[in-house]
Structure formats: structure tokens, C-alpha cells
Design a protein around this ligand. Structure first.
Ligand SMILES: Nc1nc2c(ncn2[C@@H]2O[C@H](COP(=O)(O)OP(=O)(O)OP(=O)(O)O)[C@@H](O)[C@H]2O)c(=O)[nH]1
Ligand SMILES: [Mg+2]
Length: 283
């Protein structure tokens, strides 16, 4: 079903591959970010709150801030994303078919979305405190061709998926759909939507697919550094309207930038929470 629908979305694209790995960003750690002035820190921690002054409808306000952990929770979650001799974060393996996926008992989260939406970049940002973990990112779509499994100690596994929309319907049918359908240890799917362009037809199809599989999922709005606050707000409100019609989507979209680290600390904490790796103090 998904294959036929996505086939229509194929677009030709030319370009060249690049792959890069950088050392830890100076805002990679919440500890470093917490030295920033309060207002700036608030924006990095809870990017949605930055949009609030722009909200025209009070109905829109307050709808998204459902996951608001304390600073202590965020700091505790961050420890999970730092490697230590007793807690190794590392690339584990890749698979092109779900029956080749590693058999792991740890809770798992996966990242899906259109090609070039920023899945690999987001995973690299989440792992920025362990810069030795290589997560490959490309300027051209279709870079990630396999399901890539990353182990975070014994706590959980994170899976980078190939994107859809570029030479990918086949990948989706062979990998992503069966994975979402059968992976028993999958506790959350993150569906990424590009905040610099807003909801696209392929995103709507992916939302529909997530609904069909009836597994819990959340939307992550990527590349928020590329939009004005006003444009971002319009797109988030459009998304909110969609989310309210779903059954399985977490009501709060996570707004992130893998470039300036907005929303990364909060998402780390949410992942630590949904995988049962930390108990939140105040929720
Ligand atoms: N400005 C900005 N650019 C980003 C961000 N995240 C990703 N990008 C850029 O978007 C492009 C695609 O990023 P990837 O992370 O490779 O995207 P992907 O979803 O993994 O793509 P596929 O593997 O093809 O499915 C790269 O040029 C990234 O540098 C972001 O938060 N802000
Ligand atoms: Mg990728």
C-alpha cells in the first residue's frame, strides 16, 4: 500500500555525497548550555515556548507543553548520552531487511521521515557527547540506505532509517514497514517533518502509515534554525491540526535544530523517559 502511494512522490535529484564527523559542539551538553543567559537557555530547552509570543489564538497556547521535565531530569537524561567505560555508546550493526535486524532485548526507538529531513543529523546531535560514534550525514537525499542500529549502553537502542521520497519506496516496503509492524521492542517511533518546508504529501502518508500500525509515535520538527518564528509557527499550527486528528501521535511535537541544538536536550530526556531509562522527578 505504502509503496504504490510513495511511488508517485519520486523526484529526480542530482548531487554529490559528503560525509563528515565533527567533534563535540560547544552546546552539545546541557551543562554548557546552562551557563547561557536564562532566556536563551529557555529557548534552547523548550523551543516551542519561543513561539508563544506569536500565538494569536489562546486555544493554541498550552497545547504542546505536555512534556516539561525539570532541569534535573534533563541533566540525568544527558548522562545516558555520554559514553563511559561502563556505558558504551556505539554503532552496533546495519540491516537491509527486518529479518536481518539484530535480536536485541533493550527498548528501541527509531527515526523515520522523508529523505534529507535530518534523521541522521538529529541522531548525530543526540550523540554529540560521544563524538566517536560515527553517524553519516549527506547533503543529498537517499544517503541512509540501511537500518542502522546504535546501542546506548544496556539502556536502549536507537535506529536510523532510510528516508522515503527518493528511490526509497522499495526500501520502505522491505525495511521500514515490516520493522514497524514486527519489532516487538520498539517503544517509540519519531516521525521527522522538515520545519523549513512544512508538511508535505509524503509526511501525510507517513502519518497515515504510523496510524495504521497503531504503535506510539511522536512528530519531530527539524531544521527550526532555518525558519523565521512566524513561518515556523504557521507550520507548527498546521501540524497541530493534523495531530489532533490522530490516535497514536504524542500531542506535543518536538522542535529541534541539529545545528544550534535547540530541543536536543528535551528530546534526549523524552527518549530516556520512554525507554524507561530514567524516572522523571515531577510528572
Ligand atoms: N540548517 C539545518 N540543516 C540541517 C539540520 N538537520 C539536517 N540538516 C541538513 O540536511 C541535510 C540532510 O541531513 P541528513 O541528516 O543526512 O538527512 P536524512 O534524513 O538522514 O537523509 P536520508 O539519509 O537521505 O534519508 C544535510 O545537509 C544536513 O546538514 C538542521 O537542524 N538545520
Ligand atoms: Mg540519513
Amino acid at each position: 500500500m505504502f509503496c504504490r502511494r510513495l511511488g508517485k512522490l519520486l523526484k529526480p535529484w542530482t548531487g554529490f555525497w559528503t560525509s563528515s564527523r565533527e567533534g563535540a559542539h560547544n552546546l552539545a551538553s546541557f551543562q554548557q548550555a546552562s551557563l547561557l543567559p536564562q532566556r536563551k537557555l529557555q529557548g534552547l530547552l523548550f523551543p516551542f515556548s519561543e513561539l508563544e509570543p506569536y500565538l494569536v489564538s489562546s486555544a493554541a497556547s498550552g497545547h504542546f507543553q505536555l512534556f516539561q521535565p525539570s532541569m534535573e531530569d534533563i541533566a540525568r537524561a544527558e548522562k545516558l548520552f555520554s559514553s563511559s567505560p561502563s556505558h558504551t555508546i556505539d554503532y552496533h550493526t546495519s540491516a537491509v531487511r527486518v529479518d536481518h535486524a539484530p535480536s536485541l532485548s533493550q527498548p528501541e526507538v527509531c527515526f523515520i521521515g522523508r529523505s534529507n529531513v535530518g534523521k541522521s543529523s538529529l541522531i548525530r546531535a543526540l550523540f554529540s557527547l560521544a563524538p566517536e560514534v560515527e553517524v553519516r550525514v549527506s547533503k543529498t537525499p537517499g544517503h541512509t540506505k540501511k537500518m542502522n542500529f546504535f546501542k546506548v549502553g544496556k539502556a536502549f537502542t536507537l535506529v536510523d532509517m532510510p528516508g522515503y521520497g527518493y528511490k526509497a519506496p522499495q526500501d520502505f516496503v522491505e525495511m521500514v514497514e515490516p520493522y514497524l509492524d514486527t519489532r516487538t521492542n520498539l517503544v517509540r517511533t519519531f516521525l521527522l517533518v522538515d520545519g523549513s518546508v512544512g508538511l508535505q504529501k509524503a509526511d501525510m502518508i507517513a502519518l497515515e502509515m504510523c496510524e495504521e500500525f497503531s504503535r506510539p509515535y511522536a512528530v519531530v520538527v527539524t531544521k527550526i534554525d532555518k525558519s523565521s518564528q512566524g513561518a515556523l509557527l504557521r507550520r507548527v499550527l498546521e501540524l497541530q491540526e493534523m495531530i489532533t486528528k490522530t490516535a497514536g501521535c504524542f500531542p506535543q511535537p518536538f522542535l529541534v535544530s541539529s545545528v544550534n541544538f535547540s530541543g536536543i536536550y528535551l528530546l534526549r530526556c523524552f527518549i530516556a523517559h520512554v525507554t524507561g531509562s530514567i524516572q522523571l522527578g515531577n510528572t
